[in-house]
Design a protein around this ligand. Structure first.
Ligand code: NAD
Length: 240
């Protein structure tokens, strides 16, 4: 068997970071070698994995790919570290500023980068369906309604914006509505409304593990890719 891909988990103490750390041992083709959180970790080593604060980022051991589910405030330093170490970057952090998106493009000249607002296979497929529906339903209203838990920081969600971009490719001009309530993991409805009829395309995430599993698979597949900016579609749906 090949040597396991060495993974840095960034945003380790968060909801997604905890899912990643719990699910990573399921895969024999990767090994988590460091975990970084925004604030100082209460334990220095958890399940054999050394823990770091964001302020200690440059002290992490070498890694092949970083998996990032943190906040936009921590993103620039992580991207710079990946470029410096020649490591790939898989980022699920949403709400990145336009300058941070430009920085990803610049970084992609040196390393392989995949930034996606949603790591579920269902949402990759939904994006294709939305593009086709928008192209076929010319002149219909297009509304994207999303619901998430009360702790979510960005609005509209990154997934809603990505679905909106797909609708835009089909010629629609989407509007957005957001609900923040309870512990909803993530629901997106793309509604096309005509005169006397309506089409609704819906995705409901019922378990955060889908995102973590998708990101870990993407990490393994991205680790040995040449520099460039990849989409989840390139990585998950590619014949390998
Ligand atoms: P969370 O608030 O539970 O966790 C955030 C983590 O980031 C914590 O570990 C925190 O310590 C860390 N952090 C904060 N500031 C930091 C910094 N400056 N440097 C390094 N780490 C820092 O959030 P969450 O629910 O786990 O979500 C994290 C991100 O992932 C959000 O942007 C969310 O929208 C996104 N998300 C993406 C997907 C996807 O499939 N792409 C799925 C779910 C969530």
């Amino acid at each position: 068997m090949n040597t396991p891909v060495r993974v840095l988990v960034h945003g380790a103490s968060g909801r997604m970071g905890q899912s990643l750390s719990r699910l990573a041992p399921e895969r024999r083709d990767l090994q988590v070698v460091a975990a970084v959180s925004g604030s100082r970790p209460s334990q220095r080593v958890v399940d054999g994995v050394p823990q770091f604060a964001a302020s200690e980022l440059y002290g992490v051991p070498n890694f092949d790919v970083a998996v990032d589910f943190s906040l936009p405030a921590g993103f620039d330093a992580l991207l710079a570290l990946c470029v410096e170490r020649g490591a790939a970057l898989v980022s699920g952090t949403t709400g990145l500023a336009p300058e941070q998106q430009s920085a990803i493009d610049a970084g992609a000249a040196r390393i392989a980068v995949l930034s996606a607002a949603n790591f579920s296979l269902g949402v990759v497929v939904l994006g294709d369906l939305v593009r086709r529906a928008a192209a076929a339903l010319e002149g219909w209203d297009c509304d994207i309604v999303e619901s998430h838990h009360v702790h979510k920081k960005d609005t509209p969600s990154g997934t809603a914006l990505a679905l909106g971009a797909s609708a835009g490719q089909g010629g629609a001009e989407p509007r957005y509505a957001a609900l923040r309530a309870g512990d909803i993991i993530g629901e997106h409805t793309v509604q096309f409304t005509g005169m006397g009829e309506r089409v609704e395309l819906v995705h409901r995430a019922t378990n955060r593990d889908i995102f973590a599993r998708g990101a870990l698979l993407a990490a393994v597949r991205l680790a040995d890719r040449p520099p460039g900016r990849y989409t989840l579609r390139d990585i998950l749906l590619a014949d390998q």
